[in-house]
Design a protein around this ligand. Sequence first.
Ligand code: SF4
Ligand code: SF4
Length: 97
Amino acid sequence: MALMITDECINCDVCEPECPNEAISLGPEIYQIDPGRCTECVGHFDEPQCVQVCPVACIPVNPAHVESRESLWRKYQRLTGKPQTGMPAPGTETARP
Ligand code: SF4
Ligand code: SF4
């Protein structure tokens, strides 16, 4: 699933630089997540980085973009140009430096 930012966002700007997929940007009023680029951090980290840092917990799952872990993994491969190798088991992915 892609995540989304709700209007509780206080525009603190801490999530944007944490996103490994450059999916977060400042919209007309608050920050927003591009569902085409959000992999829920699959492929990069075990946990969604934006959720970890958001001080007001305003980043839920986007109900309009429900995706399986496999589909998130394919999105990660598409975004990074990585070859179509098998999906690692949850928790075995390594964070990129
Ligand atoms: Fe970016 Fe990960 Fe947050 Fe998605 S879950 S917006 S990929 S930091
Ligand atoms: Fe908004 Fe949370 Fe991102 Fe701060 S961390 S800009 S409050 S979504």
